[in-house]
Design a protein around this ligand. Sequence first.
Ligand code: OAD
Length: 257
Amino acid sequence: MDALRRARALLHDADRVVVLTGAGISAESGVPTFRGPEGLWRRHRPEELATPEAFRRDPCLVWEWYAWRRSIVAGCAPNDGHRALARLALLDRPRTTLVTQNVDGLHHRAAVEVAGPDAGRALPLEVHGAIHRDRCSRCGARTPAVAEVSTSSPEALPRCHCGGLLRPDVVWFGEALDAEVLGAAFEAAAEASVCLVVGTSALVYPAASIPEITLGAGGVVIEVNTDATPLTPWASVSLRGTATSLVPALAEAPSSG
Ligand code: OAD
């Protein structure tokens, strides 16, 4: 049996599946990854742009960076990989929980495209937050993203009704992940007999522990990636190729080929 068929059979025989995605699934939509040859962290220093210290030191610079990333995401659309995972999450069997490290909102948009009013069932747990939301750096209140952010001076930056500076609602280096969201992801990982891991370098913890939890509970890992990762030796099936070519084929019913 070839690797794709084996993976498809594993996926569809599972009662419960957890899917972990990373920047690779959005790469073909035009959202840059972090660690690839053109990756964001090859050109920018995370400690200057994606830490609480950086925001305290130079909030205008940090806002400029996120306004730029928002503009990129606004010009992108979900791809066949996002849509195939939304469809998988809508099935009753396997019962599937989507977990993403991506902040781009493309899984969310794919769910709405595919399921309309039923989109709720296909929404991902966004463990690193969402770029299309703001959060108050003082009181923690969450709001939809301010449309236009003026970064000319700290005084011009958007503020919460409490007076605190708003910031993008994403997790920065050195910050804890939302305990409720992470807890739900870990629970899904422990209950899953298959963890499907798509387009992540599997280097950033605690998200990278999701497949490890499934493995520890006796489940298996299927990996979809253009390259090998530290997770590859642990995967029962490793599919080498792009998310848009492999994920739709993987999510099809096994009888179809
Ligand atoms: P990375 O940039 O580290 O890894 C992207 C992965 O996707 C790599 O393993 C690539 O080989 C793979 N890839 C690229 N194009 C692909 C394609 N078309 N199809 C399938 N795979 C492809 O991104 P993440 O693993 O998501 O965190 O990074 C994890 C976290 O590190 C991010 O959420 C972000 C970053 O710092 C925070 O900002 C907190």
